[in-house]
Design a protein around this ligand. Structure first.
Ligand code: CUA
Length: 312
């Protein structure tokens, strides 16, 4: 991985054009605080010892109540410092608010508990993974289908809340090749801590091959891959109980439905409907479980079914 770590090893990977400003303000603030901490506690400690009262009867050493020059100095210097911090921070905030006109457009949707990401010019979303080209600005338009999430890439120094009913924006320009973590930085329910992803920064040649579209040729392998990325948080394949029904032995079985008392056989139509409209025919025992709307298309659903058929 080509990336640089910071001198004090405090901040994560540096991999976007925002890093210099944000880390600069951070380190300036840190150094100012360290300087004044030493100065103030030093002078204070020295004075306490040097001019301490040595006996109960010792009269006050001086009756001075203030010093105008000193007060002007300790007002003006901090004022200058906070104005510098403000100006630098404001410039950085403005940079992050306005994306370059030629930025590539991505769509990010947060839902409990995964990210689905649409790449430029491609309607099929990818779960928890995205590819961006080094040196090219990328702009995310972000939505939430349920609750508050926050899209956070520490290596790029970007984080934005993703809010139901509102469109949010975030952009960055990656400067280092490699894989970097995406986190959800807003507590959003039981599996918040598992709402993680990867952003792959690749060169122009790799990007042109649209790596996000690649998937296993074999439908069963592809289905297993989809399960691994998007389904396994709720559905096991070994018969163990989790939030949703296990897939082991599910295919071809007869399910008693939660509403109406009717039965349904788990076949192609039932699985497809349950993925597209999770609320339509819930099985008994899972009435209270709200399945996430997974943005799978028909080809992906067919792969899931192919995999499910192997789970006897
Ligand atoms: Cu989504 Cu925390």
């Amino acid at each position: 991985m080509i990336a640089f770590q910071d001198p004090l090893n405090q901040l994560p990977w540096k991999a976007s054009t925002f890093v210099d400003d944000i880390d600069g303000v951070y380190y300036l603030t840190l150094y100012i605080c360290a300087f004044f901490f030493v100065l103030i506690t030093g002078v204070l400690g020295y004075s306490v010892i040097k001019w301490r009262r040595r006996s109960p009867t010792q009269p006050p050493a001086s009756l001075v109540t203030h010093n105008t020059m000193l007060e002007v100095i300790w007002t003006v210097i901090p004022l200058i410092i906070v104005m510098v911090l403000f100006a630098w921070g404001w410039k950085g905030a403005l940079d992050m608010t306005v994306a370059p006109a030629d930025a590539r457009q991505y769509q990010v949707t947060g839902q409990q508990w995964s990210w689905s990401i649409k790449h430029p010019g491609d309607p099929r979303p990818v779960a928890n993974e995205m590819w961006v080209e080094i040196g090219k600005p990328a702009k995310m338009t972000m939505f939430s289908t349920d609750v508050l999430h926050a899209f956070y890439i520490p290596a790029f120094r970007v984080k934005r809340d993703v809010i139901p009913g509102r469109k949010q924006m975030l952009w960055f320009e990656p400067t280092s090749l490699g894989d970097f973590n995406i986190f959800c930085a807003e507590y959003c329910g039981q599996d918040h801590s598992r709402m993680i992803g990867k952003v792959h920064v690749v060169d122009a040649e790799t990007f042109a091959k649209k790596p996000w579209q690649s998937h296993p040729e074999d439908p069963v392998e592809w289905g297993a891959d989809i399960w691994d990325r998007q389904c396994k948080a709720c559905h096991t394949v070994d018969g163990a109980a989790l939030i949703g029904p296990t897939w082991k032995g599910l295919w071809g079985s007869t399910r008693e439905l939660a509403v109406g008392g009717a039965n349904a056989v788990v076949d192609e139509a039932y699985v497809a409907e349950s993925i597209k409209q999770p609320e339509a025919k819930k099985a008994k025992g899972f009435e209270k479980v709200a399945m996430a709307m997974l943005p799978l298309d028909d080809e992906q659903i067919a792969a899931v079914i192919a995999y499910m058929k192997t789970l006897k």
